[in-house]
Design a protein around this ligand. Structure first.
Ligand SMILES: Cc1cc2nc3c(=O)[nH]c(=O)nc-3n(C[C@H](O)[C@H](O)[C@H](O)COP(=O)(O)OP(=O)(O)OC[C@H]3O[C@@H](n4cnc5c(N)ncnc54)[C@H](O)[C@@H]3O)c2cc1C
Length: 422
């Protein structure tokens, strides 16, 4: 009897859950799919700020169990810590993490999909633990919530990113530009939503907040047309702006010192760090000089064609944005399952675009859809109630369907946004 191909997916947050569900949708019982993650729920990261500003612990509302979806698909799930990948012998080493002390195990694969995201390098920023805050997971979300509601006195606020060390490789597709910050949608979104919170709690106004960036220009990936609207708008509203900081030197109680010698006074310092590949990814023959997985725009590694990567772990995912990962999951799952099923139909490569739904507070949001940074000519920016409604709707749809977002989900959201708002 012919044996099924073994497809191993590493990681089960946005990219890992979505690609696993799509793989099952295409392959049904034609392959044995196994997923490994250190936790058995998904953290719905983009909505953490909304929960924080509503004084909710984000862990209570944004950690969605996914096991029932894998059970109904027949996908196997292993809860463990991935500790190494051996691409030559097609094996992954992991440590079961239910109880401490487990011995390392090995699992082999015919196809590997890497969706492990990255390490968020707060530990590289001196003073972060004592003086820094952020919104990138539920722990830090709850910490900043407690600070805002219990301690914050209305002093200056700084929001921005450390320098992103993007990987380099001659094999990475040329259309991927160089970014100096890993993802600047969240700082811009927070400027709007925190201003709304400050106003509601009578703690300050836009002048209270200064945005900073390590790059020449903030949110460069939004493309020139949108930036020509967005940056003057932020300035007219009264936000402070510091660019070209070269990165963060250290945080102190008083504020932030930058690598270029300047500093900012801040009672609240909201930081987005360098997105850095996990230690076991560094030096891998399928990774670039930082450890991001090299792929073509079909999300396949050129030297190890049985290895795919999706989401933040992939070198082509710049900026580190979930919606880019989503597009990659659609393409990678189709390419991989076509190959297993012997289907020769051509799959269109990922055509990268920034698709972003941001919260602005008071049930309003912004929607951005642009591919200008990658050489395209689409540049849509809308603000109003609809983007907020769609951001919340996407969360519910993602949770209910366990990441198995229907093919019409994103196009419909884009269509509604493109034709609404101000
Ligand atoms: C505040 C904030 C707001 C954001 N808002 C948006 C937004 O509005 N829209 C948008 O598109 N994007 C947004 N993003 C970006 C988005 O959250 C990321 O791009 C997305 O989470 C990446 O998904 P991923 O699955 O590739 O990686 P991750 O979400 O990082 O998931 C990686 C998974 O791998 C697992 N893992 C990691 N290492 C190991 C290991 N060694 N062993 C076992 N398991 C492991 C983790 O447990 C996790 O489940 C935002 C990010 C932040 C920080």
């Amino acid at each position: 009897m012919k044996k099924n191909k073994k497809v191993l997916v590493l990681g089960s947050n946005f990219a890992g859950l979505t690609v696993s569900r799509y793989l099952h949708k295409h392959l049904k019982s034609a392959a044995d799919i196994t997923v490994i993650d250190r936790k058995n729920y998904i953290s719905f990261i983009p909505n953490i700020p909304i929960e924080v500003f509503n004084n909710n612990n984000p862990a209570d509302h944004l950690e969605f169990p996914f096991l029932k979806h894998y059970h109904s698909d027949g996908t196997a799930f292993i809860q463990g810590e991935v500790s190494d990948i051996d691409p030559v012998n097609r094996e992954v080493q992991y440590i079961p993490n239910e109880r401490p002390g487990a011995a390392p195990e090995k699992i082999s694969y015919d196809y590997l999909v890497i969706a492990l995201g990255n390490k968020l390098a707060y530990d590289d920023i001196e003073g972060f633990a004592e003086y820094g805050h952020t919104f990138s997971d539920t722990f830090y979300g709850n910490k900043v919530r407690e600070f805002l509601f219990d301690e914050y006195k209305g002093g200056p606020i700084a929001i921005g990113s450390d320098l992103f060390k993007q990987g380099k490789s001659p094999k990475t597709p040329k259309l991927i530009p160089n970014a100096e910050a890993a993802c600047e949608g969240p700082p811009v979104e927070l400027a709007f939503s925190l201003l709304d919170w400050l106003t509601e709690h009578e703690k300050g106004d836009a002048k209270t907040i200064t945005l900073f960036t390590p790059g020449k220009i903030m949110a460069e990936d939004a493309g020139e047309t949108i930036l020509h609207k967005l940056l003057p708008m932020l300035s007219d509203m009264g936000f402070g702006y510091v660019n070209d900081t070269k990165g963060i030197k250290r945080l102190t109680k008083e504020g932030i010192e930058f690598k270029d010698g300047r500093s900012l006074e801040a009672e609240l310092k909201i930081i987005f760090p360098n997105w850095e590949p996990h230690s076991f990814m560094k030096g891998q023959p399928f990774a670039d000089d930082q450890g991001f997985v090299i792929t073509d725009m079909h999300m396949r590694n050129p030297d190890f064609p049985e290895i795919f990567a999706v989401g933040d772990a992939a070198a082509v995912t710049v900026p580190k944005l979930g919606s880019l990962g989503h597009m990659e999951c659609e393409v990678a799952s189709k390419v991989l399952s076509n190959e297993i099923l012997g289907i020769t139909e051509e799959v269109a490569p990922v055509s990268p675009a920034i698709v972003c739904f941001g919260d602005m507070g008071s049930h309003k949001g912004f929607y951005m859809y642009t591919d200008e940074w990658y050489g395209g000519d689409t540049h849509i920016l809308r603000m109003g109630y609809t983007p907020y409604m769609l951001k919340m709707g996407f969360k519910t749809m993602y949770q209910t369907l366990g990441g198995n977002v229907p093919g019409w989900g994103m196009p419909m959201a884009e269509f509604i946004n493109d034709h609404s708002g101000i």
